[in-house]
Ligand binder design. Sequence first.
Ligand code: SF4
Ligand code: SF4
Length: 137
Amino acid sequence: MASEPLSATDLFECKKCGDCCKGYGGTFVSREDILRIAEFIREDPDRFIEKYCRMSGRRHVLAQAESGYCIFWDGLCRIHPVKPWMCRIWPFIPSTLIDIDNWRIMATCCPGMRTDIPDERLESSLRRILHSRDRRL
Ligand code: SF4
Ligand code: SF4
């Protein structure tokens, strides 16, 4: 009998190492993210973009400090209650859910992602999460 798919909490447990807040080209922020974060830190949205965002192609990403970490990283996320969508759903982003190779690549930078699962079971588990609401949204 085939193994049951695993849930999001079976597949991932954050180790709070902060590695995902460092490098990798920055974190994309949508207009909604920008408005929520700007309100949280009491900054005008346009001024927020000037001070805390950079462009990556045609999209805004959060700027990085000289340390290489996200500008909002300070041993922990300073905007945790309103952190961007990408940070909230990590590691269940579309690209890792549709391709287990991407899951395994991302897992080399994120110790919270399990890699000790056979491909077939990992694939069926990620597919189920993709088609469900089990994404910590
Ligand atoms: S790299 Fe993974 S385990 Fe580490 S803080 Fe980020 S999400 Fe958590
Ligand atoms: S917003 Fe917070 S969780 Fe997201 S990259 Fe920056 S410090 Fe990390």
